[in-house]
Design a protein around this ligand. Structure first.
Ligand code: PXP
Length: 244
């Protein structure tokens, strides 16, 4: 059965909008498991725009298995990751100005840096995946790095706006999944997947894990809205002065 890693970054985004203590991503992780999540994915960014060091520390204590940390290869992150020992690290590229991770890691162009980071994390006993574009050269370079898995960036597929473009992106993903599997790599997918575009994706060969965040958090806000308003009305009515 394909695993679902629930990315809870955007629960923390809502918290950080007010520099508040709620909603707590740690609570969101517990609820995600109640809903059937197989793992929790978080991205600790250099600018700490959503998930922060405290979240990682408590999630490491409370998520028994399946904690996947996305991070850049920056020395600060490497030290934090080796200390925290998540179950899996997915190395991603990171640009400060981007709204979200825009493309895959350039393993071909940064081979020495990536290979060195992979070795350091593996020496610490952590399983490593590389977030890459579905591209033959990137798959081959990832296999040469000795990683356990690759996560293919599904952003181009998610953004394809007509049937021909969608078919083209699906063909590229399929070829990359087959090549990765043949190269001994486990296959994960993520980015921009939602309740509609996930359907064809689950039929791609060799895929073992999907990491999905924004669409799940977006739906959680909407399906929880009526209840949240009911709860506020109850809180108000309980303390409203009684008429005599
Ligand atoms: N996988 C990786 C490597 C990511 O960087 C992200 C976004 O943080 C996701 C999966 C989840 O993407 P989305 O929020 O679009 O579902």
């Amino acid at each position: 059965m394909m695993r679902l890693g629930v990315n809870i970054d955007h629960v923390a985004t809502v918290r950080q909008a007010r520099r508040s203590h709620e909603p707590d991503p740690v609570t969101a992780a517990a609820l995600a498991f109640q809903g059937g999540a197989d793992g929790i994915t978080i991205h600790l960014r250099e600018d700490r725009r959503h998930i922060n060091d405290r979240d990682l520390r408590i999630l490491r204590e409370t998520v028994p298995t399946g904690l996947n940390l996305e991070m850049a290869t920056a020395p600060e992150m490497m030290a934090i990751a080796i200390g925290a020992k998540p179950d899996q690290i997915t190395l991603v590229p990171e640009k400060r100005q981007e709204l979200t991770t825009e493309g895959g890691l350039d393993v071909v162009g940064q081979f020495a840096v990536v290979k060195n980071a992979v070795r350091m994390l593996q020496d610490a006993g952590i399983v490593v995946a590389l977030f890459i574009d579905p591209n033959v050269d990137q798959v081959r370079a990832s296999a040469e790095c000795g990683v356990t898995a690759v996560e293919f960036h599904t952003g181009a597929y998610a953004e394809a706006r007509n049937p021909v473009a969608v078919a083209g992106q699906m063909a590229t993903l399929r070829e990359s999944c087959v090549l990765a599997h043949r190269s001994g790599l486990h296959v994960h997918l993520g980015h921009g997947l939602n309740y509609i575009n996930v359907k064809p994706v689950v039929r791609l060969p060799h895929v073992e894990e999907l990491n999905i965040g924004h669409s799940i958090v977006a739906r959680a806000v909407l399906v929880g809205m009526a209840q949240a308003v009911r709860d506020m009305k109850t809180a108000m009515s309980e303390h409203f002065p009684k008429q005599v």
